[in-house]
Design a protein around this ligand. Structure first.
Ligand SMILES: NC(=O)c1ccc[n+]([C@@H]2O[C@H](COP(=O)([O-])OP(=O)(O)OC[C@H]3O[C@@H](n4cnc5c(N)ncnc54)[C@H](OP(=O)(O)O)[C@@H]3O)[C@@H](O)[C@H]2O)c1
Length: 327
């Protein structure tokens, strides 16, 4: 099968289109013919091996996986002997983050628990856009943010992959949502349901006197002290993005310290595996109240170019890879 492979850390230039062995499912695995994949910041962090601590997870001195891609949608081609939930021909979408990535290939084998039936009302491309970005938003808003209907929620970085899901998921839970983005994205953020939009080139949300019950900080461009000041009493701030390793460690260490007195809570979002996510998001997507916002769609052979674009940090929604020219 064809795959986009990397054997050493570096920029998109180290990615190569190669012919590799087609995998065979183990007892608890399904073999998926990939129809679409999507890109996430985790792909380019693993590609570059940055921040350097990333290499504790991705391997040192060389990466221990060769095929990136944590989000996939496709059709089950074969199942292992102990698989009970799927059969060949099922249309599925999958979260490969916890099982070694591998979506940037014609086929991938994953544990049964990492897949769910694709929402019936959306395309493979729309389904592939969902897992990492939507689960990140769901964990930040529902789990760590403990959102309640009627609360005032601010999403800083509302126009990117995570942000476009965060705005819609906060709305889905009944919140009053303010999105922060640049001028060119104001209409998109409004169109996906934000009650208010702040253009960060015109206004600093930490300086305008407004307070929020929940802040989801994806852009990660404000100090914790500024974020704490604009939290309501009992407010929660979940920092999702990070600009540098120092920023991430700073939030991880300072957040609990700054939350020790008083009622405001601040902290970094910690990634977690939750086997229910795929089915929870399937139900939400099937209501039509949350949709995938796709910025650009690239062909399989254009994955290096797609990663270069994502790394620029100005995606409007998700970057999707379609296998239509391969299948
Ligand atoms: N993708 C994931 O699954 C995931 C999971 C966990 C954590 N994260 C982290 O979350 C962060 C964002 O991820 P993403 O996938 O959403 O990135 P993305 O798709 O690349 O989007 C980045 C967005 O940030 C906006 N932005 C840039 N500067 C901003 C500012 N000063 N204020 C407000 N918005 C600003 C950009 O909009 P403009 O073009 O308008 O500036 C762009 O829409 C990254 O640090 C990533 O490591 C991502």
């Amino acid at each position: 099968m064809k795959a986009i492979v990397y054997e050493k850390y570096g920029s998109s230039d180290v990615l190569q289109l190669k012919e590799v062995e087609k995998p065979t499912p183990k007892e608890n695995e399904v073999l998926i013919k990939v129809h679409a994949a999507s890109l996430n910041a985790g792909d380019w962090h693993a590609l570059r091996g940055t921040p350097f601590l990333q290499r504790l997870e991705s391997g040192f001195p060389r990466p221990n996986i060769q095929i990136l891609g944590a989000d996939a949608a496709g059709i089950v081609e074969a199942v292992g002997a102990n698989v009970t939930g799927f059969q060949p021909g099922d249309e599925v979408y999958a979260d490969l983050y916890w099982c070694g990535f591998g979506a940037f290939a014609e086929y991938v084998c994953i544990p049964e628990k990492a897949a769910a039936l694709k929402p019936a009302n959306i395309s493979f491309e729309e389904a592939a856009a969902v897992p990492q970005a939507a689960f990140t938003a769901l964990h930040a808003i529902r789990d760590q943010g403990k959102v309640q209907a009627g609360q005032k929620v601010l999403i800083n970085g509302a126009s990117g992959g995570v942000g476009t899901f965060a705005v819609q998921i906060a709305q889905y839970f009944g919140a009053d949502v303010t999105g922060v983005c640049s001028t060119r994205n104001v209409e998109i953020v409004r169109s996906i349901g934000a009650d208010r939009v702040i253009d960060y080139t015109q206004e600093d949300f930490t300086q305008n006197g407004q307070c929020y019950d929940l802040i989801i900080d994806i852009a990660a461009n404000h100090s914790l002290a500024d974020l704490k000041r604009v939290l309501s009493d009992q407010g929660i701030c979940v920092v999702v993005g990070f600009s540098t390793l120092v920023h991430m460690l700073g939030v991880t260490l300072l957040g609990p310290w700054m939350s020790r007195n008083g009622s405001k809570k601040l902290g970094m979002l910690m990634p977690k595996e939750d086997e229910t996510d795929l089915n929870v998001m399937k139900e939400i997507l099937e209501t039509g109240k949350v949709v995938s916002v796709i910025d650009r769609q690239y062909a399989f052979t254009e994955i290096p170019e797609a990663i270069r674009y994502l790394e620029e940090g100005h995606a409007r929604g998700k970057i999707v890879i379609t296998m239509k020219n391969i299948n």
